[in-house]
Design a protein around this ligand. Structure first.
Ligand code: IVH
Length: 679
């Protein structure tokens, strides 16, 4: 680059500054006020001039330059970000009574007359929450909510969203965090899917998925082409002394600083104000141009919010009032029976495609045969379909009046529809007894084994699993590790490149963890959490395999039913053979002594938790402690090292004091765990 030899001249420095300010001002007019004052061509000319100066003098190109909105070089993976203030969720309300109860709870806790209580009522945007950190006026980090404690660093992608300010006025705090929702308009969604369809790519099921899929792109130049929008609605890290007194003032400040905020946000008073707003917004919902799934009510005064605090992971000072699930009527073409991984048979409705809440629905669940019989839903019926948020659409009922008189009641199968095996009835669930003899169970077991939370074999998705089974290359999970390049590359739609990639992913899945491996085996009732608990407790696969029910029931949250399923699983010859083959193929995980050196800071320390924690459930705190080698028990004794006291601690707190056991506050616990808390 010539820049090393030619430092920028004063004129260029000034012009770059001027261009940045001018272009961002145009961005703001365009995105925030919908009132552009230049033509596209004029805007492009300014941008081209800036790009050319920056390429001449790369040292003038800063993170807050509007040229950075086009996207940066693709990443291999997102890095993790720990939220300094956890990003919590909201409790839900579904009726006027739920809102009344919410306000009553506040009244009782604060002694404030509810009719005078001020709330900020906001649309509940149906996108994904993000955190934006500004340092000395510049956007320095943007992350997704993740699990509320840790998210993904999506800074490069967020920079491409035109309406999000890359820099903020000098009057803002030197370091602060804005929170809000990234979403996509209905029009943007339709356009995106139209393009995807034209290019033969996968279409998104709904605007929320489209927004999430666009934001979580490793290649930010793709995100730059997506019509993402953003509304700010809150804060995270923020200097106490500079924080306005109310949520409403915060929203106004955010707007003044250049953040887009919804024009529907209103200050309302008491229950009646909340209910009126609901009616108003529900009536407007279809004309907003983007999806909302309800309303969020927040206590306006921040000091009152602080006084109210949190319960579990949701604030006591806010609630989401959800709109009712959307419904539509269509024809039930047929009822198919699906066999799942555990052999459970589920009736599935195949429907004449119908749009429900902006999504085309072709399948819906009928839950189980008992419900199907009780509701007397018949093939050919006109049926009402309901879809709420992310949940699988369901058939609510048939419209009996319009039923064809020749329609006959549905009869549940007498044998497994996939393998003809006998069925067993377990309360409302009908299950195939074929186990891994049943092709459906085998297929589902392999899909599960390869899935993200299990062995995480990138590229071994549902379709490829089916292709590999159908071509006879695999029939058990162990066969995955016997696949070879020349076998794979001969398959239709496979080339040498994709076959090589898949084999590399299979190879790298061999380095795993014990919880993942246990979960991947697909033992009935052993989900991710149970697998983790088993691994933490026994730390050794052979020990788990040899344990009887009694030993297994020593593990937290494992009762007789789960213990029985585990024992049964390890009694099956077939399963033992497959596990041996998997281990022989080189699957391995760190041994306990290797784990200890990583993070076992609280090794051997005994904790007792009492009272309500503000920012995490007791289970989460327990898990976090156990992850660092501590044990958590239910009662205080002289052997207890620490008692963690949340709100309203009980007798355990007193006992700790009597015994002289050290008592920790929630904040002190967080410090020990290395997590930063609210205040
Ligand atoms: S406030 C502790 N305000 O809803 C308060 N959230 O269920 C947390 N959301 O993760 C959030 N619109 O993704 C808030 N006006 C709004 C919102 C909103 C949508 C989402 C957000 C959050 C989820 C919580």
């Amino acid at each position: 680059m010539t820049s090393d030899r030619h430092p920028p001249d004063k004129k260029s420095i000034e012009r770059v500054d001027q261009l940045k300010t001018e272009i961002e001002a145009h961005n703001r007019r365009y995105y925030q006020f919908d009132d552009p004052v230049v033509s596209d061509a004029e805007y492009d000319a300014l941008m081209t001039e800036l790009l050319s100066l920056e390429s001449q003098f790369p040292q003038l190109q800063t993170a807050d330059s509007p040229t950075q909105r086009v996207g940066a070089a693709p990443l291999d993976a997102f890095s993790k970000v720990q939220h300094e203030v956890p990003m919590l969720s909201l409790g839900n309300g579904f009726s006027d009574q739920d809102i009344e109860a919410f306000i009553k709870r506040i009244e009782q806790r604060t002694d404030i007359d509810a009719s005078a209580l001020e709330f900020v009522a906001e649309p509940k945007l149906d996108g994904l929450a993000v955190s934006l950190i500004y340092d000395n006026g510049t956007l320095v980090q943007a992350s997704t909510r993740g699990d509320g404690f840790n998210g993904e660093d999506v800074t490069a992608n967020i920079r491409t969203i035109g309406s999000i300010p890359l820099s903020v006025p000098a009057s803002t705090p030197s370091r602060f965090e804005v929170r809000g929702e990234v979403f996509i308009s209905n029009q943007g969604f339709a356009q995106l899917n139209q393009n995807a369809q034209n290019n033969g790519e996968k279409v998104f099921a709904n605007p929320r998925n489209a927004a999430a899929g666009s934001l979580r792109q490793l290649d930010s130049s793709i995100t730059a082409k997506r019509p993402l929008l953003f509304y700010a609605y809150g804060y995270g890290v923020f200097p106490e002394q500079l924080l306005p007194e109310t949520q409403f003032e915060l929203i106004q400040s955010l707007r003044d600083w250049g953040f887009p905020v919804s024009s529907e946000i209103q200050l309302v008073e008491g229950l009646q104000g909340c209910l009126d707003y609901y009616q108003e917004l529900e009536a407007k919902r279809a004309t907003l141009g983007f999806d909302i799934d309800g309303i969020v009510y927040k206590v306006n005064q921040f000091d009152l919010q602080k006084q109210l605090g949190f319960v579990s992971r949701a604030p006591r000072w806010a609630i989401a009032r959800k709109f009712p699930a959307e419904q539509a009527t269509t024809q039930l073409l047929s009822i198919d029976v699906q066999v799942g991984r555990t052999g459970a048979l589920t009736p599935v409705a195949r429907l004449q495609p119908v749009t429900v809440g902006g999504v085309v629905v072709t399948n819906a669940t009928l839950h189980n045969f008992q419900e199907l019989q009780q509701k007397d839903i018949r093939e050919g019926d006109q049926v009402v379909i309901r879809r709420a948020g992310d949940v699988i659409p369901e058939v609510v009922h048939s419209i009996v009046e319009s039923r064809d008189p020749s329609a006959i009641p549905f009869i549940a199968p007498q044998h497994c529809p996939e393998c003809e095996s006998d069925l067993e009835h377990e309360q409302v669930v009908i299950r195939c007894t074929g186990g891994l003899y049943c092709p459906a169970q085998r297929r589902e077991a392999i899909k599960h084994f390869a899935s993200r939370k299990a062995m995480d074999i990138d590229g071994l998705g549902d379709k490829i699993v089916i292709q590999l089974i159908e071509s006879g290359l695999i029939s058990t999970i162990a066969d995955i590790y016997t696949l070879e390049l020349d076998q794979l590359s001969k398959l239709p739609r496979f080339g040498v490149k994709s076959a090589t990639n898949l084999l590399a992913a299979i190879e790298s899945s061999k380095t795993t963890t014990l919880p993942r491996f246990l979960y991947a085996l697909g033992i009935r009732e052993v989900g991710e959490t149970t697998a983790k608990r088993l691994a933490d407790h026994f730390a050794d696969l052979q020990l788990i395999m040899q344990s009887d029910e009694q030993a297994l029931e020593q593990v937290d949250d494992i009762g007789p039913v789960v213990a029985h399923h585990i024992v049964l699983f390890f009694q099956q010859e077939h399963n033992l053979r497959v596990i041996q083959q998997l281990l022989d193929s080189g699957i391995h995980w760190p041994q306990p002594d290797q784990i200890e050196t990583v993070s076992q800071l609280l090794q051997g320390k005994r904790f007792v938790l009492t009272g309500t924690l503000q920012t995490m459930t007791r289970d989460q705190a327990k898990q976090a402690l156990q992850d660092q080698g501590a044990t958590v028990s239910g009662s205080v004794s002289a052997k207890t090292d620490f008692v963690v006291a949340g709100d309203d601690p009980g007798s355990k707190y007193k006992k700790a004091q009597q015994l002289g056991v050290q008592v920790l506050t929630e904040q002190e616990l967080f410090d020990m765990l290395g997590v930063k808390n609210q205040e």
